[in-house]
Design a protein around this ligand. Structure first.
Ligand code: FES
Ligand code: MG
Length: 573
């Protein structure tokens, strides 16, 4: 019996008192035999399946396969649903609810008789939210990424989900696409279950999980509908049972070295800018010191190896056929902490030591990369005292050093109302400044930073301009876009004080973003600045506005940073 007591779930199912009777008795309604309550690691399968999250619609089936593995290894699988965040429908933005979902995950794990956790993830926020919640409990945990859709197809060509969205205004307004054209794209771009198959945020998050050591090696790129996805899910189910026996908790895997590895890999794959905000939040939960500056210091000198949209040519299915993330990890070994531990109990370097590349047009070598330097630039200056970010590989080289006149939009409604006004005083040298789209302001920091250009400039053939905001950008988008400006405008950051006609200087090489207005003038503007009314006065949204931290800290709620462990202090009677 001594071995049984080591299991956390024994405190529920192993007891011989009244509460042990209660805990077991009601579970018997589901027909479990006696031995399921005795000395079996209980594996919670945390499922983000939802019909409102199409990218995760196959996860209910995948959970059954995970259970198969758990049972084979002698565990007791119990699947539970958590808040699922569907990127394409939730308003005003899934980011507003990432922290809420993480609370759901955390409390569901801690409050229940669970010894180990499998996180079933897919669409953008479903990965960071579940990992954040699991970190605050710190049980043995493995991630099973749901996998990308098959490549989008349109008239004989591959097209990427997400990325095409950002071209629709241009296609309709400039190339005269008809309704039928758009219909064919709409149906051809989403051909199977799975998440976006560009290197957008969902794919970046799956690669983040793998590079942190939280998935079985090779899992991130496998398409959702590939039979091997099921095989890996079953193996993950087997493995989590062993992890419980080994007490291989998240905190043993998520060390500073693992975070540094994830930053290197995100650069090498040309991953999403959203990676930054999610990794900062995860680090905050597990208690590893990580700053915005680390992303530039560790990631910006890393070569780009992966030729995927939005910045390259191919899609996730091609990445999988070329060998997937283990190829990148092997190629990048001189940049990585190869001894970082992963969920399979081996280190990341050994896991990927023999990982042949089957297509060097998709995955380049470290010796001959697609670009010598990828990653994110972290900008500083009076316009962003706590920092802002820009993805140079997604930007136009001729705009990386630029001085331009500000054209200011006070909020998103103001932008929509005026951007296509033929009388708007704007040309391609101007800098589009959008306020009010930060964590507090929108609220929830939506992916609107890559705002469409004015139609009159699109028609002139202009495809990029410098844009600055306190919001985010979709990982499937591109452009010379300064994002995550902190402090945001709605709490009185200098961004709030920018006026039409001010000159703004962007100097990416020197990591500078400067508003060319004197300190005295800024102080005078600040004195007469009025904070916009809060977007909510009750409920979760008020709680979020009152507690959300700024982008440079990961936009987690202040009260959620850190963890409370797996201990439950009181019984239910
Ligand atoms: Fe779900 Fe892109 S919309 S991953
Ligand atoms: Mg997205």
């Amino acid at each position: 019996m001594s071995n049984e007591k080591k299991l956390r779930s024994y405190e529920w199912f192993g007891r011989s008192d009244k509460m042990g009777f209660v805990h077991r008795s009601w579970f018997r309604t589901q027909g479990y035999p006696d031995d399921y309550f005795m000395n079996k690691p209980v594996i919670g399968i945390c499922n983000t399946w939802s019909e409102l999250t199409p990218c995760n619609s196959h996860l209910r089936d995948l959970a059954e396969i995970v259970k198969r593995g758990v049972i084979e290894a002698g565990g007791f699988p119990l699947e539970f649903p958590v808040t699922s965040l569907g990127e394409t429908v939730m308003r005003p933005t899934t980011m507003l609810f990432r922290n809420l979902a993480s609370m759901d995950v955390e409390e569901s794990i801690r409050a229940n008789p669970i010894d180990g956790v499998v996180l079933l993830t897919g669409c953008d926020k479903t990965t960071p939210s579940t990992i954040m919640g699991a970190c605050s409990v710190d049980l043995p945990t493995i991630v099973v990424p749901g996998g990308p859709m098959l490549n989008g197809r349109f008239r004989g060509e591959c097209i990427g989900s997400g990325s095409f969205n950002w071209l629709i205004k241009e296609k309709q307004g400039v190339e005269n696409y008809t309704e039928q054209d758009i219909y064919e794209v709409e149906t051809g771009v989403a051909r199977s279950q799975g998440h976006c198959m560009t290197m957008g945020t969902a794919s970046s998050m799956a690669c983040m999980a793998e590079s942190l050591g939280l998935t079985l090696p090779g899992m991130a790129a496998i398409p959702a509908v590939d039979a091997r996805k099921k095989q890996f899910a079953q193996l993950s189910g087997r493995r989590i049972v062993e992890m419980v026996k080994e007490d291989l908790r998240l905190s043993r895997i998520l060390t500073r070295a693992a975070f540094e590895n994830a930053i290197v890999i995100n650069s090498a794959i040309g991953g999403s800018s959203n990676f930054i905000i999610h990794l900062l939040a995860i680090a905050g939960r597990i208690g590893v010191p990580l700053t915005l500056e680390d992303f530039d210091a560790i990631g910006s000198k890393v070569p780009l190896l992966l030729n995927l949209k939005p910045s390259g040519k191919y899609l996730m299915e091609d990445f999988y056929y070329a060998g997937g993330l283990p190829v990148i990890i092997r190629e990048m070994q001189s940049y990585l902490h190869n001894n970082a531990l992963t969920v399979n109990g081996k280190n990341i370097g050994d896991n990927c030591a023999v990982s042949p590349c089957y297509n060097t047009d998709v995955i380049a070598t470290a010796q001959q990369p697609l670009k010598k330097e990828a990653g994110m630039a972290v900008l500083k200056g009076n316009l962003c005292q706590n920092g802002a970010i820009l993805k140079p590989s997604a930007a136009s080289p001729h705009l990386l050093q630029h001085r331009g006149r500000a054209v200011v939009f006070e909020n998103i409604e103001d932008y929509h109302a005026r951007i296509d006004d033929p009388n708007l005083d704007i040309d391609e040298h101007c800098v589009i400044v959008l306020k009010g789209v930060g964590p507090v302001g929108y609220p929830g920091m939506p992916e609107v930073g890559n705002v469409d250009l004015p139609m009159k400039l699109l028609q002139k053939g202009i495809r990029d301009m410098v844009r600055i905001s306190d919001g985010r950008m979709s990982g499937t988008a591109g452009g010379t876009v300064v994002l995550h400006v902190s402090p945001e405008s709605s709490i009185g950051g200098v961004l709030a004080l920018v006026q039409n006609g001010d000159m703004i200087e962007l100097d990416v090489a020197n990591r500078k973003l400067h508003l060319d207005v004197s300190d005295e003038e800024l102080a005078a503007r600040k004195a007469s600045w009025q904070q916009p009314a809060p977007m909510a006065t009750r409920g979760y949204v008020k709680f979020y506005i009152d507690h959300v931290q700024q982008a440079h800290l990961g936009a987690d709620l202040d009260v959620l940073r850190g963890g409370s462990g797996a201990e439950v202090l009181r019984d239910l009677h």
